[in-house]
Design a binder for this molecule. Structure first.
Ligand SMILES: [Fe+2]
Length: 220
């Protein structure tokens, strides 16, 4: 059976991991000092997260820079959607879920913390789940529309910073329907004032958290 997740070892070089950790820690500090970042703490999927940030200019630029490397492991053309920083708090993880259109191909990159096993599963296949453990600087790429994914009951033992470099197979979802990369979530087409700390952000509970192009697109 084809691997559901594409594990890219050493996706980022150690110097780049170090730069990004310094950059994110400094961003956190600036946010706290200046109190200008309203998305300093948890989001709808991970309420206890210590830091989250959607569409950070530098991290969106990282997505643009590394898109060719993500494309190497993917069999369909990919477009950049958005980037996301999340620092998990020790003792937390991510519930199993599926993602919306526009967030269909996820490249998750580990920057800090101990190994944190990740599950990809699909209910209608005979092998219900695959487990991946990625090291610092490694990436895992998967289709988050197709596969239910997350950490399940497993929690991280220490705080852990992960980057999500989100791509899409749908050209009309490019930049997550923002005018261009680097812009905040409220610039998404039709989503003015949308609060992505809402627990339903990006998900549709009526069909197992998968928002398809055929359903009422009220949550994306
Ligand atoms: Fe997800």
């Amino acid at each position: 059976m084809e691997e559901r997740g594409k594990h890219i070892a050493n996706f980022l070089k150690p110097e780049m991991v170090e730069f990004l950790v310094n950059y994110i820690n400094l961003s956190k500090r600036v946010s706290k000092t200046s109190n200008t970042n309203k998305y300093l703490e948890g989001d709808g999927q991970s309420p206890d997260a210590k830091f989250v940030s959607y569409g950070d200019i530098a991290i969106d630029a990282l997505l643009a820079t590394y898109l060719p490397k993500i494309q190497e492991v993917w069999d369909k053309p990919l477009y950049p959607s958005f980037s996301y920083i999340r620092e998990y708090k020790a003792g937390t993880g991510l519930e199993l879920h599926r993602d919306r259109i526009g967030s269909d191909v996820t490249c998750s990159v580990k920057l800090t913390g101990p190994p944190f096993p990740f599950t990809l599963m699909r209910g209608d296949e005979s092998f219900p789940s695959d487990h991946y453990t990625i090291s610092l600087g490694d990436a895992l790429v998967w289709n988050g529309n197709l596969y239910t994914h997350g950490h399940g009951d497993i929690v991280t033992q220490e705080d852990a910073i992960h980057l999500l470099l989100i791509c899409t197979e749908y050209e009309d979802q490019m930049y997550d329907k923002r005018p261009h990369l680097g812009l905040p979530p409220e610039t998404r087409e039709g989503k003015e004032g949308y609060d992505y700390k809402d627990p339903t952000y990006g998900h549709d509970e009526t069909n197992d958290f998968l928002t398809t192009r055929n359903t009422n697109d009220t949550t994306t």
